[in-house]
Write a protein that binds this ligand. Structure first.
Ligand SMILES: Nc1ncnc2c1ncn2[C@@H]1O[C@H](COP(=O)(O)OP(=O)(O)OP(=O)(O)O)[C@@H](O)[C@H]1O
Ligand SMILES: [Mg+2]
Length: 476
């Protein structure tokens, strides 16, 4: 994702606005400011911002009315409301009215940046169209004209507009998330929010509150009420990714919500009616999970009314040439390579590979081959070299570091790159934090302990590397 996200900041206090603007700009956002509610609303309606941050107390139009009106005009635009403590109820009211989330003053800049990062990701998920079919080389496309993929496009067309629950199954990296977005974009709810939750990335203790919300005092640390993702997705679509990873407790609660179409916030009595279209995805073998009794049969049946099975890449090797060209084009732009090309033998070699990591792995190989070839045609030797290196590094991770280093040194020696030291350190560090947080199942305290760093450092690094354990990715 290359373009800088555009953010509108509506804040009447000039010094607060300047401070926020600086922090956001340092983080790489393009920030526009408005000092009044009414002009802010107008600016938000007339321009394409990815996220709006607004204060509550504003001249012209207060933040709550702004949220109400802007959400009606642009239901997919995430709005973050900043309010003072003591106005918590108002903040909660705002999320009900459609605000993406709120921040209570005083807050840490880190909190703000984390929230903005997630809101931008969410905004992009909703607004970047996923195209399907032939001859497409646009930003986000589902590539492939094999019979198997054509059946998937038909299936998407057939079920997208129906309010049914859809379960998307397929190995890792096959494109399940892309398909979920295509379903959403072709549904009659495409103007309403698409809320994504990665069930595997959130620790079990937090997941229920994330999904269903909680009342103040529902558990230790629940200082305020929280609106869950189900409630936020009301009228829209809720994407439950990695559903095969739910604990049995959460499975039971999810089943109840799906059956009754009501949600109870944790610790709450009120039954809140829910109208959210659920799309779920998993790479797990649910049949085995059923046999081993780790996945509930009733939930399985409830979810699998419509199942879209995404084929593994090796089952549709005829799609590989198109995919390769698509990724060459995409990453060619990223690396400033004007018209990347590839030898036929190289494509044939790629078609014959087993691809356990499916399309994601193919994309990675194409990207690295492109780096290796630079402005020259990608040859058979280039792709063989990359595939061999990735194969080796699967068994020895320091090997993959070595691959990265040699690649960068090659580029540096060709004058295509500088700052190799910083890049390598950064990447090794990112990998370290990514693995630690994954192994700790999102538990930051535990991961910090393993690495021997403070929790503050942990949070900073996770934020910096876009490793939000919140279920929403910051970058594509
Ligand atoms: N048919 C396709 N055409 C173009 N790009 C694709 C296709 N399928 C997958 N990709 C790309 O491959 C990567 C992985 O896709 P995605 O995240 O949708 O997979 P997934 O099935 O959700 O994987 P996981 O199970 O690991 O979450 C993304 O970068 C996506 O854009
Ligand atoms: Mg996925």
């Amino acid at each position: 994702m290359s373009q800088r996200p555009h953010i509108l900041l509506i804040e009447d206090d000039a010094s607060a606005a300047a401070a926020l603007r600086r922090v956001l700009a340092d983080e790489g956002y393009a920030v526009a400011c408005e000092a009044r509610g009414d002009t802010g609303l107008l600016a938000a309606q007339q321009n394409d911002f990815e996220v709006v941050i607004t204060d509550l107390k504003l001249p012209g139009l207060n933040g709550l009315d702004l949220v109400r009106q802007l959400h009606v005009a642009k239901p997919r635009l995430p709005i973050i409301l900043i309010t003072a403590h003591g106005t918590t109820e108002t903040a909660i009211e705002a999320t009900k009215l459609g605000a993406y989330d709120y921040l209570l003053k005083p807050f840490e800049m880190e909190e703000l940046l984390d929230l903005v990062g997630r809101a931008v990701a969410s905004s992009r998920l909703m607004s970047q169209p996923v195209e399907m079919g032939e001859g497409l080389f646009a930003g986000n496309a589902i590539i492939g004209n094999s019979r198997m993929m054509q059946n998937i496009y038909k299936e998407i067309g057939r079920v997208a507009a129906k309010p049914v629950t859809v379960l998307i199954r397929g190995e890792t990296g096959t494109g399940k998330e892309l398909i979920a977005r295509a379903l959403y974009q072709h549904s009659d709810r495409c103007r309403a929010p698409f809320v994504a939750v990665n069930c595997a990335a959130i620790p079990e203790t937090l997941l229920e509150s994330e999904l269903f919300g909680h009342e103040r005092g529902a558990f230790t640390g629940a200082e305020n009420r929280r609106i869950g993702r189900f409630e936020q997705a009301n009228g829209g679509t809720l994407f439950l990714d990695e559903i095969g990873d739910l604990s049995s407790n959460t499975q039971a609660k999810l089943l109840r919500v799906l059956q009754e179409k009501y949600v109870h916030r944790l610790g709450g009595k009120e039954a809140i009616p829910i109208d959210a279209r659920v799309i779920a995805a998993t790479h797990r073998d649910l049949e085995t999970a059923l046999r081993e009794k780790t996945f509930r049969e009733d939930l399985y049946y409830r979810l699998s009314v419509v199942v879209i099975k995404v084929p593994a890449l090796h089952q549709r090797a005829e799609d590989i040439p198109d995919l390769v060209r698509y990724f060459m084009q995409r990453h060619g732009t990223e690396f400033d390579i004007a018209s990347p090309s590839i030898q036929t033998e190289a494509i044939q070699f790629l078609q014959a590979q087993p691809w356990p990591g499916n399309v994601r792995e193919l994309e990675n190989v194409v990207r690295q081959a492109l780096l290796l070839a630079g402005k020259y045609t990608i040859s058979l030797q280039h792709v063989q070299q990359v595939v061999a290196k990735i194969g080796e590094s699967a068994s020895a991770s320091n090997q993959s570091i070595a691959t990265g280093i040699s690649e960068y040194l090659v580029r540096a020696s060709q004058g295509e790159m500088t700052g190799v030291h910083g890049r390598v350190i950064e990447e090794v560090e990112r990998e370290l934090f990514a693995q630690a947080i994954q192994m700790a199942q999102g538990n930051q305290a535990r991961a910090a302990r393993w690495l021997g760093v403070s929790r503050i450092t942990m949070r900073e690094k996770l934020h910096r590397f876009g490793l939000h354990p919140s279920g929403e990715r910051t970058e594509d």
